[in-house]
Design a protein around this ligand. Structure first.
Ligand SMILES: [Zn+2]
Length: 68
């Protein structure tokens, strides 16, 4: 059971300063990605780990704006 609940996805937000919405990546979902800074959070046993310590920063870094 590794399909992420869409309702859960709606209430999740990136812990970066913008608290941007996130999207699910992979099928089954293996990562949660911030729609703003592209930081990627692991999904372990179907549970998104929304911790910056465990995150893979996006190309411009955690909390970065989409374009500079
Ligand atoms: Zn973010």
């Amino acid at each position: 059971m590794s399909t992420l609940d869409p309702v859960l996805l709606e209430v999740l937000a990136c812990p970066c300063e913008h608290h941007a919405p996130v999207r699910a990546e992979g099928n089954p979902t293996d990562a949660i990605v911030c729609t703003r800074c592209e930081t990627s959070f692991p999904v372990r046993d179907g549970i998104p780990v929304m911790l910056l310590d465990d995150a893979t920063p996006g190309p411009r870094g955690i909390g970065a704006d989409p374009e500079a």
